[in-house]
Design a protein around this ligand. Structure first.
Ligand code: GDP
Length: 425
């Protein structure tokens, strides 16, 4: 099951739960079973899924849940359970301690390990290039065979990154010692060692890795894993961890049909964080890995921890305060399809006021939740009735919200402005 399908299955399970008239142990169990099935199909390891189930069941208090019989109570409960699932998945990806972080200007040796075909050589160059663009002085040392030697040399030359390798020398320890020595003398601050990869987890490969590690005393060993290897991820990662002190993980090929679950398993097996993901073969198809957006994506809820109806409410209040909508349009990303440029100023203002009135009829829980999927038809009718608007207008308002939330979720790292902060955008 690929990431998008996993998100769909989890959303479906939560949706089913929100349709229940009461959330009791059975309803929660059914929901968690469906989510667990989806996670297992996405290659998350069985034990992790089982632990997640138990943890969620432990924190959900059924006496409290029973108190919220009505639909709104259920929305809040589903939100709470959603948040618990989100937190559990984040926990799975967070080994609790950050990896070694190299410092610019101070020499660090970073050793890359992984099976042949995992994307290790590609990743070494991407890692070097990523840092080079940020003003570091990286260098590449190739311990591997003729194939990797040529590939790495070609990549290094293209990116103008110093390279060391000798395909006529058969002793990998000698090559790596010479390479690291040379680049230390040249004051490179990031010496990247690409070790051998073999098809299988052969004893000889691990022995060689241990020797290279002994000779270079790396500050960090990065395990490179093909994101699409499925359930095998846990065993493979563990085998590497047992041979060398893996301190971080990079998951490659996340652009393809990767089943995100492998990343979770690798973290569990190595007790090391994922620090980057590879999203293609090109030098710049390489991203810093951030747990929360990843889990949010895994759950198919890109906007989950981001933009809520309350943010939209506050933005609209700001806009009305600032007066001129055309002026604001350029300052607020995503603003606004429904409030089209050819709308008259007055019409736009009236629409925003109507949206605000409708949102005044929403509860705090609804305003602070991004799961608008949980606001069903009956609730939309209630909001329309309470705010004196048409059902169609309420649906328009939610469409506008979802569109804006979607835009915000794509703007990674962009801070959602708080009240009165919009001029800082
Ligand atoms: P190594 O044997 O582990 O050094 O792996 P390589 O770096 O040679 O990569 C194996 C193959 O995977 C090559 O064809 C790469 O171009 C390709 N590759 C590596 N990383 C990615 C990635 O993130 N996405 C995709 N689609 N292909 C990748």
């Amino acid at each position: 099951m690929v990431l998008a399908q996993l998100g769909g299955s989890i959303s479906h399970a939560l949706q089913q739960m929100s349709n229940a008239t009461i959330i009791d142990e059975k309803v929660l169990s059914d929901c968690l079973n469906e989510i667990s099935r989806a996670l297992l199909q996405a290659d998350v390891q069985y034990k992790m899924v089982h632990d997640m189930q138990s943890n969620i069941k432990r924190i959900v208090n059924f006496d409290d849940l029973a108190a919220g019989h009505n639909k709104l109570g259920i929305i809040q409960q589903v939100d709470f359970i959603q948040q618990a699932i989100f937190n559990e998945l984040c926990k799975m990806l967070d080994p609790g301690k950050p990896s070694f972080t190299p410092k610019k200007g101070k020499t660090s040796v970073i050793m890359f390990v992984g099976l042949q075909g995992s994307g290790k050589t590609t990743t070494c160059t991407q890692y070097a290039y990523y840092h080079q663009r940020k003003g570091w002085k990286p260098a590449l040392v190739c311990v591997d065979t003729f194939r990797a030697f040529c590939q790495l040399k070609q990549n290094a030359t293209k990116a103008k990154i110093p390279f060391y390798g000798r395909y006529t020398e058969s002793d990998p320890v000698k090559i790596v010692a010479e390479g690291v020595e040379r680049f230390k003398k040249e004051n490179c601050d990031l010496i990247i060692v690409d070790t051998s990869g073999r098809h299988k987890q052969e004893a000889a490969l691990f022995e060689e890795m241990r020797q290279v590690s002994e000779a270079t005393k790396p500050d960090l060993v990065i395990f490179v894993m093909d994101g699409s290897i499925g359930q095998a991820a846990f065993d493979q990662a563990q085998a590497f961890k047992q041979s060398v002190a893996v301190g971080a993980v990079i998951v490659t090929k996340m652009d393809g049909h990767a089943k995100g679950g492998g990343a979770l398993s690798a973290v569990a097996a190595t007790k090391s964080p994922v620090i980057f993901i590879g999203t293609g073969e090109h030098m710049d198809e390489f991203e810093v890995f951030d747990v929360k957006p990843f889990v949010s994506h895994l759950l198919g809820m890109g906007d989950w921890f981001g933009f809520t109806p309350r943010h939209m409410y506050e933005q609209f209040q700001n806009i009305l305060k600032m007066g001129c909508i055309d002026q604001v349009r350029s300052m607020l990303p995503g603003f606004s399809a429904k409030l089209r440029p050819n709308d008259h100023e007055k019409e736009s203002q009236a629409k925003i006021k109507r949206y605000i009135t409708m949102m005044d009829s929403m509860t705090d829980a609804e305003l602070d939740s991004t799961s608008t999927k949980l606001i069903n038809e009956a609730r939309i009718r209630q909001i329309a009735w309470a705010s004196g608007q048409h059902v169609r207008d309420v649906m328009d308002m939610f469409e506008e919200y979802e569109r804006l939330a979607n835009i915000w979720s794509k703007m990674k790292g962009l801070k959602i402005p708080k009240k009165g902060e919009m001029s800082a955008l």
